[in-house]
Ligand binder design. Structure first.
Ligand SMILES: [Fe+2]
Length: 146
């Protein structure tokens, strides 16, 4: 990244805007941001791709929800969890937000890459190893990226 004069933008959306403006050739962002641009401009000059199979850049990140054992609002929290997992909410997440549904009876947004393909290309990673913030910062400083 350093040798290729990587540019820094404030967030995923700004990265994709920079591609559209011709400032950069590619960006590493969460997949669903490009879908937002393509939904309003089918001719937006960018397409999603993946890295080589097993590359960390293909990491499939799973969103989750939990309920604290110490919660004083268990019923309200469970109502919220059920709301998020409801068919209507899952259809919203995939069709409006370009994310993958967790329910098997909800079809993924047809503009998304096949989920099975992403899983095949995803690296085998112990997610517990991704919590080493100090090590990450040290590596970025050693390589003059931070
Ligand atoms: Fe995001």
């Amino acid at each position: 990244m350093r040798n290729n004069n990587a540019q820094v933008y404030r967030n995923n959306t700004a990265n994709i805007e920079a591609i559209g403006a011709g400032e950069i050739d590619y960006a590493i962002v969460n997949n669903y941001y490009l879908g937002r641009f393509l939904a309003t401009d089918p001719d937006f000059p960018a397409a999603q791709t993946t890295f080589e199979s097993g590359d960390i850049g293909n990491l499939v990140n799973v969103a989750s929800i939990g309920l604290l054992e110490t919660s004083q609002n268990t019923e309200a929290a469970l109502t919220f969890v059920r709301f998020l997992l409801d068919r209507t909410a899952q259809e919203y997440f995939t069709n409006e937000v370009n994310e993958y549904p967790v329910r098997e009876d909800v079809e993924p947004n047809p503009t998304l890459a096949r989920f099975e393909e992403l899983v095949e290309k995803s690296p085998q990673v112990d997610l517990d190893q991704l919590e080493d913030l100090e090590g990450t910062l040290q590596l970025l400083q050693e390589t003059d990226l931070l």
